[in-house]
Design a protein around this ligand. Sequence first.
Ligand SMILES: [Zn+2]
Length: 299
Amino acid sequence: MKILLIAGHGGTPYDSGAVGNGYTEAVETRRMANAVAPLLRAYGFEAELYDQSEDAYKVVTQGGSLPLSGVSYVLEFHLNAAANDAAGNGVTTGSEIWVHTNEQGVTVEQAVLRRIAALGFKNRGVKRSSSLAVLKHVFKRGISHALIETCFIDDRDDMMLYSAKFDAIARAIADGVAEGFGKAVTDTVKEDDEMVEQKRIHIDGKDYNCEVIEKEGYNYVKLASLTQAGYNVTYDAETKNPGIAAPQTRAEVPDGDSAVQDAIDKVQAVCGLEEQTIAYLRRYQYGDDLLRKLADAMN
Ligand SMILES: [Zn+2]
Protein backbone atom coordinates (compact mmCIF):
# COMPACT_ATOMS: atom_id res chain seq x y z
CA MET A 1 0.00 0.00 0.00
CA LYS A 2 1.41 3.33 -1.12
CA ILE A 3 1.17 6.43 1.09
CA LEU A 4 2.19 9.87 -0.16
CA LEU A 5 3.51 12.29 2.45
CA ILE A 6 3.08 15.96 1.59
CA ALA A 7 4.81 18.65 3.65
CA GLY A 8 2.71 21.83 3.64
CA HIS A 9 3.93 25.23 2.33
CA GLY A 10 7.42 26.00 0.93
CA GLY A 11 7.88 26.17 -2.86
CA THR A 12 8.87 29.14 -5.01
CA PRO A 13 8.19 31.92 -4.27
CA TYR A 14 8.69 30.61 -0.77
CA ASP A 15 5.67 30.35 1.51
CA SER A 16 6.91 29.90 5.07
CA GLY A 17 3.42 29.09 6.37
CA ALA A 18 2.85 30.19 9.94
CA VAL A 19 5.71 31.17 12.23
CA GLY A 20 5.88 31.24 16.00
CA ASN A 21 8.01 30.38 19.01
CA GLY A 22 11.12 30.31 16.80
CA TYR A 23 9.60 27.74 14.44
CA THR A 24 8.66 27.99 10.75
CA GLU A 25 5.80 25.82 9.55
CA ALA A 26 7.31 24.98 6.13
CA VAL A 27 10.49 23.74 7.82
CA GLU A 28 8.70 21.70 10.48
CA THR A 29 6.28 20.03 8.05
CA ARG A 30 9.27 18.74 6.07
CA ARG A 31 11.02 17.59 9.22
CA MET A 32 7.93 15.69 10.34
CA ALA A 33 7.25 14.10 6.94
CA ASN A 34 10.88 12.95 6.84
CA ALA A 35 10.61 11.49 10.34
CA VAL A 36 7.33 9.65 9.66
CA ALA A 37 8.31 8.11 6.28
CA PRO A 38 10.88 5.54 7.55
CA LEU A 39 8.55 4.56 10.40
CA LEU A 40 5.77 3.81 7.91
CA ARG A 41 8.23 1.83 5.77
CA ALA A 42 9.09 -0.26 8.82
CA TYR A 43 5.41 -1.25 8.89
CA GLY A 44 5.65 -2.40 5.28
CA PHE A 45 3.97 0.62 3.69
CA GLU A 46 5.44 2.13 0.57
CA ALA A 47 5.90 5.65 1.93
CA GLU A 48 6.72 8.24 -0.71
CA LEU A 49 7.74 11.81 0.03
CA TYR A 50 6.27 14.47 -2.23
CA ASP A 51 8.94 16.76 -3.77
CA GLN A 52 9.90 18.96 -0.82
CA SER A 53 11.03 21.84 -3.04
CA GLU A 54 7.38 22.20 -4.07
CA ASP A 55 4.31 23.66 -2.39
CA ALA A 56 1.48 21.23 -3.22
CA TYR A 57 -1.08 23.96 -2.55
CA LYS A 58 0.46 26.20 -5.21
CA VAL A 59 0.74 23.29 -7.62
CA VAL A 60 -2.91 22.24 -7.44
CA THR A 61 -4.33 25.77 -7.31
CA GLN A 62 -2.34 26.65 -10.44
CA GLY A 63 -3.74 23.70 -12.37
CA GLY A 64 -0.87 21.28 -11.78
CA SER A 65 -1.16 17.71 -10.58
CA LEU A 66 0.33 15.53 -7.86
CA PRO A 67 2.08 12.15 -8.30
CA LEU A 68 -0.92 10.10 -7.18
CA SER A 69 -0.45 7.04 -9.38
CA GLY A 70 -0.84 3.94 -7.22
CA VAL A 71 -1.31 6.01 -4.08
CA SER A 72 -4.00 4.84 -1.61
CA TYR A 73 -3.62 7.38 1.13
CA VAL A 74 -2.21 10.90 1.44
CA LEU A 75 -0.94 12.46 4.64
CA GLU A 76 -0.45 16.22 4.46
CA PHE A 77 1.47 17.91 7.27
CA HIS A 78 0.81 21.35 8.73
CA LEU A 79 1.08 23.25 11.97
CA ASN A 80 -1.92 25.21 13.18
CA ALA A 81 -1.93 28.89 14.17
CA ALA A 82 -4.13 31.50 15.85
CA ALA A 83 -3.88 30.15 19.39
CA ASN A 84 -2.14 33.41 20.27
CA ASP A 85 -0.46 32.03 23.36
CA ALA A 86 3.15 33.12 23.04
CA ALA A 87 3.61 33.24 26.81
CA GLY A 88 2.20 29.78 27.50
CA ASN A 89 -0.86 29.37 29.72
CA GLY A 90 -0.02 25.85 30.87
CA VAL A 91 -2.34 24.02 28.48
CA THR A 92 -1.91 22.99 24.86
CA THR A 93 -4.35 24.06 22.15
CA GLY A 94 -3.73 20.72 20.49
CA SER A 95 -3.98 18.52 17.41
CA GLU A 96 -6.61 18.05 14.74
CA ILE A 97 -6.95 16.21 11.42
CA TRP A 98 -8.97 17.33 8.44
CA VAL A 99 -10.59 14.87 6.04
CA HIS A 100 -12.97 15.45 3.13
CA THR A 101 -16.63 16.14 3.94
CA ASN A 102 -17.56 12.95 2.11
CA GLU A 103 -14.83 10.75 3.56
CA GLN A 104 -16.30 7.42 4.65
CA GLY A 105 -14.25 6.25 7.61
CA VAL A 106 -12.01 8.09 10.00
CA THR A 107 -10.56 5.19 12.01
CA VAL A 108 -7.02 5.96 10.82
CA GLU A 109 -7.26 9.62 11.76
CA GLN A 110 -8.84 8.85 15.13
CA ALA A 111 -6.07 6.39 15.90
CA VAL A 112 -3.42 8.99 15.04
CA LEU A 113 -5.06 11.66 17.19
CA ARG A 114 -5.55 9.32 20.12
CA ARG A 115 -1.86 8.49 20.07
CA ILE A 116 -0.77 12.12 19.75
CA ALA A 117 -3.13 13.09 22.59
CA ALA A 118 -1.50 10.42 24.76
CA LEU A 119 1.68 12.51 24.55
CA GLY A 120 -0.09 15.45 26.22
CA PHE A 121 -1.73 17.36 23.36
CA LYS A 122 -5.39 18.27 23.50
CA ASN A 123 -7.36 16.15 21.00
CA ARG A 124 -9.36 18.55 18.83
CA GLY A 125 -10.80 15.70 16.83
CA VAL A 126 -11.30 14.82 13.18
CA LYS A 127 -12.78 17.71 11.19
CA ARG A 128 -14.32 17.79 7.75
CA SER A 129 -13.88 20.20 4.87
CA SER A 130 -14.53 20.31 1.15
CA SER A 131 -12.63 23.51 0.52
CA LEU A 132 -9.00 22.73 1.46
CA ALA A 133 -7.27 22.77 -1.94
CA VAL A 134 -4.91 19.79 -1.77
CA LEU A 135 -7.39 17.67 0.14
CA LYS A 136 -10.09 18.44 -2.40
CA HIS A 137 -7.75 17.69 -5.32
CA VAL A 138 -6.73 14.30 -3.92
CA PHE A 139 -10.19 13.21 -2.76
CA LYS A 140 -11.67 14.03 -6.17
CA ARG A 141 -9.33 11.37 -7.58
CA GLY A 142 -10.78 8.74 -5.25
CA ILE A 143 -7.97 8.78 -2.69
CA SER A 144 -8.41 9.33 1.06
CA HIS A 145 -6.57 12.38 2.32
CA ALA A 146 -5.74 13.43 5.87
CA LEU A 147 -4.41 16.90 6.61
CA ILE A 148 -2.81 16.86 10.00
CA GLU A 149 -2.40 20.04 12.04
CA THR A 150 0.04 18.53 14.52
CA CYS A 151 -0.24 21.38 17.03
CA PHE A 152 -0.25 25.18 17.28
CA ILE A 153 2.96 26.95 16.27
CA ASP A 154 1.95 30.11 18.15
CA ASP A 155 1.18 28.32 21.41
CA ARG A 156 4.22 28.04 23.65
CA ASP A 157 2.81 25.01 25.49
CA ASP A 158 2.24 23.19 22.21
CA MET A 159 5.71 23.93 20.90
CA MET A 160 7.49 23.06 24.15
CA LEU A 161 5.80 19.67 24.05
CA TYR A 162 6.41 19.42 20.28
CA SER A 163 10.09 20.05 20.79
CA ALA A 164 10.38 17.59 23.68
CA LYS A 165 8.31 14.89 21.98
CA PHE A 166 9.13 15.31 18.29
CA ASP A 167 10.24 11.70 17.78
CA ALA A 168 7.32 10.37 19.81
CA ILE A 169 4.88 12.43 17.70
CA ALA A 170 6.33 11.00 14.48
CA ARG A 171 5.96 7.53 15.99
CA ALA A 172 2.38 8.28 17.14
CA ILE A 173 1.46 9.27 13.58
CA ALA A 174 3.05 6.19 12.02
CA ASP A 175 1.62 3.87 14.69
CA GLY A 176 -1.84 5.43 14.28
CA VAL A 177 -1.77 4.97 10.51
CA ALA A 178 -0.57 1.38 10.92
CA GLU A 179 -3.23 0.66 13.53
CA GLY A 180 -5.94 2.28 11.39
CA PHE A 181 -4.99 0.11 8.41
CA GLY A 182 -5.09 -3.01 10.54
CA LYS A 183 -1.39 -3.65 11.17
CA ALA A 184 -0.18 -5.04 14.48
CA VAL A 185 1.36 -2.14 16.36
CA THR A 186 4.08 -2.81 18.86
CA ASP A 187 3.00 -0.83 21.87
CA THR A 188 5.45 2.00 22.38
CA VAL A 189 4.03 3.07 25.74
CA LYS A 190 6.76 1.42 27.75
CA GLU A 191 7.59 1.69 31.42
CA ASP A 192 9.98 4.55 30.71
CA ASP A 193 7.63 6.30 28.32
CA GLU A 194 4.59 6.98 30.47
CA MET A 195 1.60 9.00 29.34
CA VAL A 196 1.97 12.63 30.30
CA GLU A 197 -1.32 14.43 30.82
CA GLN A 198 -2.25 18.03 31.52
CA LYS A 199 -4.21 18.19 34.76
CA ARG A 200 -5.47 20.78 37.22
CA ILE A 201 -3.71 19.94 40.47
CA HIS A 202 -4.85 21.28 43.82
CA ILE A 203 -1.83 22.35 45.87
CA ASP A 204 -1.99 24.31 49.08
CA GLY A 205 -5.47 25.72 48.43
CA LYS A 206 -4.94 26.64 44.78
CA ASP A 207 -5.36 24.89 41.42
CA TYR A 208 -2.43 24.72 39.02
CA ASN A 209 -2.05 23.38 35.47
CA CYS A 210 0.54 20.64 35.76
CA GLU A 211 2.07 17.93 33.63
CA VAL A 212 1.18 14.73 35.38
CA ILE A 213 1.78 11.01 35.06
CA GLU A 214 -0.86 8.93 36.77
CA LYS A 215 0.20 5.55 38.01
CA GLU A 216 -1.70 3.21 40.28
CA GLY A 217 -3.95 5.99 41.52
CA TYR A 218 -1.16 8.47 42.28
CA ASN A 219 -0.46 11.69 40.39
CA TYR A 220 3.22 12.28 39.76
CA VAL A 221 3.66 15.98 39.06
CA LYS A 222 6.53 17.26 36.94
CA LEU A 223 8.75 19.56 39.01
CA ALA A 224 8.92 22.01 36.09
CA SER A 225 5.14 22.46 36.41
CA LEU A 226 5.57 23.49 40.03
CA THR A 227 8.28 25.97 39.09
CA GLN A 228 5.93 27.46 36.49
CA ALA A 229 3.26 27.74 39.18
CA GLY A 230 5.64 29.84 41.27
CA TYR A 231 7.01 27.16 43.58
CA ASN A 232 10.71 27.27 44.23
CA VAL A 233 12.28 23.87 43.63
CA THR A 234 15.73 23.57 45.15
CA TYR A 235 18.41 20.99 45.67
CA ASP A 236 20.84 21.07 48.55
CA ALA A 237 24.06 19.56 47.22
CA GLU A 238 25.46 19.14 50.72
CA THR A 239 22.59 17.23 52.31
CA LYS A 240 21.57 15.82 48.89
CA ASN A 241 17.97 16.78 49.67
CA PRO A 242 15.44 18.37 47.34
CA GLY A 243 13.27 21.13 48.71
CA ILE A 244 10.09 22.84 47.60
CA ALA A 245 9.10 26.30 48.81
CA ALA A 246 5.63 27.74 48.23
CA PRO A 247 5.14 30.74 45.91
CA GLN A 248 6.58 33.98 47.29
CA THR A 249 8.70 32.22 49.85
CA ARG A 250 12.40 31.52 49.77
CA ALA A 251 13.98 28.17 50.53
CA GLU A 252 17.05 29.75 52.06
CA VAL A 253 16.84 32.77 54.29
CA PRO A 254 20.03 34.85 54.20
CA ASP A 255 21.67 36.25 57.31
CA GLY A 256 19.99 39.57 57.92
CA ASP A 257 22.15 42.70 57.81
CA SER A 258 22.23 45.01 60.82
CA ALA A 259 19.25 47.08 59.59
CA VAL A 260 17.16 43.91 59.39
CA GLN A 261 18.38 42.81 62.82
CA ASP A 262 17.42 46.21 64.30
CA ALA A 263 13.96 45.86 62.76
CA ILE A 264 13.61 42.33 64.14
CA ASP A 265 14.59 43.49 67.66
CA LYS A 266 12.11 46.35 67.50
CA VAL A 267 9.17 44.23 66.25
CA GLN A 268 9.97 41.50 68.76
CA ALA A 269 10.14 43.96 71.64
CA VAL A 270 6.96 45.83 70.76
CA CYS A 271 4.78 42.88 69.69
CA GLY A 272 6.37 40.12 71.75
CA LEU A 273 6.79 37.88 68.69
CA GLU A 274 8.65 34.62 69.16
CA GLU A 275 11.78 33.56 67.26
CA GLN A 276 9.68 31.05 65.29
CA THR A 277 7.28 33.74 64.10
CA ILE A 278 10.15 35.96 63.01
CA ALA A 279 11.73 33.03 61.14
CA TYR A 280 8.36 32.39 59.47
CA LEU A 281 8.07 36.05 58.41
CA ARG A 282 11.60 36.01 57.02
CA ARG A 283 10.77 32.97 54.83
CA TYR A 284 8.36 35.21 52.91
CA GLN A 285 10.16 36.49 49.82
CA TYR A 286 9.80 40.10 50.95
CA GLY A 287 9.88 39.31 54.68
CA ASP A 288 12.89 41.50 55.45
CA ASP A 289 11.25 44.51 53.79
CA LEU A 290 8.07 43.77 55.71
CA LEU A 291 9.89 43.67 59.06
CA ARG A 292 11.66 46.94 58.33
CA LYS A 293 8.38 48.62 57.37
CA LEU A 294 6.73 47.34 60.53
CA ALA A 295 9.65 48.63 62.65
CA ASP A 296 9.50 52.02 60.88
CA ALA A 297 5.78 52.25 61.57
CA MET A 298 6.46 51.60 65.25
CA ASN A 299 8.87 54.52 65.54
ZN1 LIG B 1 -0.35 25.25 7.03
